[in-house]
Design a protein around this ligand. Sequence first.
Ligand code: BMA
Length: 400
Amino acid sequence: MTTFFHALGGRVLMPALLLLLAACHSASVDRPAAAEPANPDATPATQALLSNMHELKGEGFMFGHQDTMAYGVQWQNQPDQSDIKRVTGAYPALYGWDIGHLERGDASNLDSVNFQSMRQWMLDAFERGGVVTVSWHMTHPGTGVGSWNTDTGAESLLPGGEDHGALKASLDRFVEFARSLEVTLPDGERGLMPLIFRPWHEHNGDWFWWGKGATSEQDYIALWQFTVNYLTKTQGLDNLLFAFSPDRSRLELSNFESAYLYGYPGDDYVDIMGIDNYWDLGHPSNEASKKQNLEQFVASLTGLAKLAATHEKLPAMTEGGQDTLFEADFFTGRLLSGLLANEWTRQIAYVQLWRNANREREQKDHFYVPYPGHPTEENFMEFYRHPATLFEGDLPAMYR
Ligand code: BMA
């Protein structure tokens, strides 16, 4: 570029070149994104996490697992365990935790994970160089009913609404929790560990009280914007990156952009454009063939990555997988094939699979990664060994 530029006379061409670069900007897959965090006051470590995740794009994706340290299919209450670790010997790069029931002041979350233990697992992950993401199946602060109850929406929680104080009280529980996550940062100072915060997920579905039907699009946007402003500006939490995550089952591919942007609170309120995808990975209610599934998986990731590039956001598969892993080649045949399909799908910065419920405690099979002895174990090892799959030990320093 420099040679070409000088050869043609820099002065005259400079403005034209800049214009050209600006025009290419939105569609280019090669250009590293600027990675300005939504919160302009984000701490240096939080900004570094965002930039470093942007840097990973095209190189590989961080592999994550929900609740991984808390329990697995065949074990619970054991130190330093994870089904990922039991199978591969490695820790995942990304750790997902849900703080549902923190708002009730409970000692444990909705899946019986003790909050003090969760806190320690988050700190341990940071110490090892891993990344933590938090979701929230929040009970309705006004009515106290669970997140899956859709009788009452978010309207009363908004500023001026009768339950607005209750929403703030719920958010304050998280503020207190996040403030307890104090670590020594790369600059040697004590401060809060960065978190990827993913509230109000799958809002384009009709199953949560903040979702379609119970809550209008306008109220959803107001809820999101209030949440971000309250946590950052009012409470001064500057260690958060914000992830938006509609559900793929309700995203029409032929109309991807406008479907995806339903409820989008705006670029000033989002760092990560996510997608929760169970639908294209062998969901029992999806009647498409496996081949069509794969095509649609690729189309959804491609659409997401292109849109995220336009908005200068990080594209990620924030949640998903195949419940009970009934296909022996799931990890390479479906997940990896989709993620490596083209230059856009290779921009996906992380993929997080959902939890491995403890069989004895929950009396059911509900799991997304293999455990020792499961038929997908070998296939998962192949996935693990692939250079594009990043586990904790593969990560560069993410916070500097
Ligand atoms: C769902 C299931 C539930 C769980 C909830 C919150 O997808 O795994 O069993 O309670 O997530 O983690």
